[in-house]
Ligand binder design. Structure first.
Ligand SMILES: [Zn+2]
Length: 271
């Protein structure tokens, strides 16, 4: 599943090709994604993309009178390719541009989304209830401590709650808690402000490092094959249960939390 760094790398990958490029056609091959693709998306024919932004894991293509919102779901990929490249299975949606390129969405599992937001409406809709971006100044020292007050949920569940902070998915919650030395099962309301401030720094660092690493895959967005936007990363704990801790050599353990796997080191991480 693409997490925040993959979506940010996708934004960086497609932006230079679509910004200031005029849409000549909107092609919907299968409108049944997570939600049906609304007919309003055809409004953008004749308009140019002003900029591409990201909020949580949503890509926001800004146009004069509204925003095309794209979500990659579990398995979605976006590519910028020449319009003559034949359509493949699961190519459900595309924008054709005046310069002969297309932005093509492939999504085998169809949990992705293509939606239209009229100007100024997005702040009240789908995006309005989201917490701050982890890489923004709003996600700062003292923020997590204040939000965690009296919370009895495990810290990992707390971090993955989009109302608290967006985009800290399972991989990065595991990694950040390991690097901060906090057990995933520790109760959110019992963690000190000092430890939360360190965790805040580490969340920013792990996400930035992943985005930087993903930068090497930018060329994949313009290739007809492959899986652009998915990149291999060096991880301390995620996917390594039963293997030795890279810091202390202790065997890493696994626990299920909210139906997701949490991997941790019983020596390096404390409650
Ligand atoms: Zn360890």
């Amino acid at each position: 599943m693409p997490e925040l760094p993959e979506v940010e790398v996708c934004r960086l990958g497609i932006s230079p090709h679509v910004v200031n490029n005029k849409v000549t056609k909107v092609i919907v091959r299968n409108k049944q994604l997570r939600w049906p693709i609304p007919d309003e998306v055809h409004k953008i024919v004749g308009q140019s993309v002003l900029k591409v932004e990201r909020r949580a894991k949503y890509l926001l293509l800004r146009f004069d009178d509204g925003t095309l919102l794209l979500h990659l779901g579990m398995s979605g990929t976006l590519r910028i390719i020449d319009e003559i490249i034949p359509v493949a299975k699961h190519d459900h949606f595309e924008l054709a541009f005046v310069n002969g390129t297309v932005l093509r969405l492939n999504d085998p599992r169809r949990f992705g989304a293509v939606l239209w937001l009229d100007k100024h409406v997005d702040e009240q809709g789908l995006l309005s209830k989201l917490g701050p971006e982890p890489l923004s100044d709003e996600f700062c020292y003292d923020y997590l401590f204040a939000k965690a007050k009296n919370r009895k949920v495990p810290i990992k569940t707390f971090l993955m709650n989009n109302h608290i902070v967006v985009g800290v998915g399972n991989i990065y919650a595991n990694e950040a808690l390991f690097q901060a030395g906090i057990l995933p099962t520790a109760i959110a309301g019992t963690i000190s402000n000092k430890r939360y401030n360190r965790l805040t720094d580490i969340i920013k660092q792990v996400l930035c490092a992943a985005i930087e690493q993903g930068g090497t895959t930018l060329k994949d967005f313009t290739q007809a094959d492959g899986r652009p936007g998915y990149f291999a990363q060096s991880l301390f704990v995620y996917g390594r249960a039963g293997q030795a801790c890279l810091t202390c050599k202790e065997t890493l353990l696994e626990v299920r939390q909210s139906n997701r796997s949490s991997v941790y080191c019983p020596i390096c991480q404390q409650g």
